[in-house]
Ligand binder design. Structure first.
Ligand code: ZN
Length: 118
């Protein structure tokens, strides 16, 4: 089904190339920057590397049956969601429940109360 969707694969490849270009550009800038800007660049690069890893993971799984399946529940991810975000690894329901859990953990960390009490 989705593995025949060439458009998504091309978009992933374009996105990978774009990210690689930006990362290379950031690295080349590094030597000309002061410490503050360099730190900023490194934080930016870390985010880009994370996106790049997601894109590469999606490309890897593209040829296998794993592409388009949710990592958590193994059900097909909504094609609309994949079109909007070709490297999504979770379906919307799992993503939302993961975010809720994450928010609860963050909130618990701030207030010091255990997140699992409610
Ligand atoms: Zn799911």
């Amino acid at each position: 089904m989705l593995t025949t969707d060439i458009g998504i694969r091309q978009r992933l490849e374009r996105e990978r190339n774009r990210l690689q270009t930006v990362i290379t550009r950031l690295r080349n800038q590094d030597s000309e920057l002061g410490p503050t800007d360099r730190e900023h660049n490194q934080a930016l690069e870390m985010n880009l590397q994370r996106s790049l890893a997601q894109v590469e993971q999606a490309l890897l799984s593209f040829d296998s049956a794993a592409y388009g399946l949710c990592d958590a529940c193994r059900l097909p991810i909504d094609p609309e969601r994949l079109r909007a975000m070709p490297y999504a690894t979770l379906c919307l329901a799992c993503k939302e429940s993961q975010e809720r859990t994450g928010n609860r953990r963050r909130a618990a960390a701030m207030t010091g109360s255990p997140g699992w009490s409610n």
